[in-house]
Design a binder for this molecule. Structure first.
Ligand SMILES: [Zn+2]
Ligand SMILES: [Zn+2]
Length: 293
């Protein structure tokens, strides 16, 4: 794709300590003709995955504040930051999900764009093990599931009944079997019950699944930045919401399926209703509350 004009030749500050430029530089260069300038300022003050510092805000606010830190540190008017959060699925608690967020700031246009992606293919998991479990089939299966060693782990002493991590020991970025054995031995020695809490290290540079997810989101954001508002020509024209109510093919009753999309501008109030992207104008009666109650 040819670079769209608004950001061609511009530098965009990416606030990251975790090598995210490896996956975000390409979409920004090829889609917009823009160069990323990495700002390695300390974002841990906004909270860490491993919980040493509690995150005070929701992921979108944290992400925006990261991007703002980069703008303050570099003096650039264009900024970018990424943030991930992981936890149980809101509807299916046994299923872990990841939420990836990218925030783009353009101070010259007073523009803030947020792109998000729900990631069901996440390796987010944790479990408590004893040193003697390490060669057992259950732990080996779990290690395979969380894609160790291509995806790193974190170990800390298990502290049953005690909130937090009283010993303060937390070993991150474990990427080899010898390192895992050593970490488990160290943590077990400091644990009241001799067991160790293992969890996936979700920092982007430790988790290739996350990196791939951030890359897809980067392309999604760049596609949006390439579209200009038809009313004011600000970059970032895109879908704001999906509107349900696709009519049933047999009786015309509104169903819960998406009927149209509302697209809008990130700075002016212009919006447009657009048809579904797949061209469907009617719903199968199986989705109809009247034909198939
Ligand atoms: Zn019907
Ligand atoms: Zn506009």
């Amino acid at each position: 794709m040819a670079p769209a004009a608004p950001y061609a030749g511009r530098r965009v500050c990416l606030t990251t300590l975790h090598g995210k430029e490896k996956v975000l530089a390409r979409p920004f260069f090829h889609g917009l003709g823009a160069q990323l300038q990495v700002c390695g300022c300390d974002t841990d003050q906004l909270g860490t995955f491993s919980g040493e510092i509690e995150r005070a805000d929701d992921p979108i606010t944290t992400c925006r504040r990261k991007a703002e830190l980069g703008l303050a540190a570099t003096g650039l008017p264009l900024g970018l930051a990424s943030e991930g959060s992981f936890g149980p699925h809101p509807v299916v608690p046994l299923l872990p999900v990841g939420q990836e967020v990218l925030v783009f700031l353009d101070r010259e246009r007073q523009l803030t764009l947020v792109e998000q992606r729900l990631e069901l293919r996440t390796t987010f998991a944790s479990r408590v093990v004893a040193p003697s479990d390490l060669q057992g089939p259950e732990v080996l299966r779990w290690l395979h599931q969380v894609q160790f060693p291509s995806h790193a782990l974190i170990a800390r002493p298990h502290a049953p009944g005690q909130p937090g991590n009283p010993s303060g020991l937390c070993i991150k970025a474990i990427r080899t079997e010898p390192a895992l054995e050593a970490a488990i031995a160290r943590c077990a020695a400091l644990s009241a019950d001799g067991r160790v809490r293992l969890e996936t290290d979700m920092r982007a540079h430790c988790n290739p699944t996350r990196m791939a997810s951030i890359r897809s989101l980067g392309f999604q954001l760049v596609r949006r930045l390439r579209r200009l508002c038809p009313a004011c020509a600000t970059p970032g024209w895109g879908r704001l919401e999906a509107i349900p109510g696709l009519p049933c093919r047999c009786c015309g009753t509104s169903t819960a399926l998406v009927a149209r999309e509302r697209w809008g501008c990130a700075t002016c109030s212009h919006t447009e209703l657009r048809p579904r992207r797949d061209g469907r104008t009617v719903a199968d009666p199986m989705h109809c509350p009247w034909c198939n109650p």
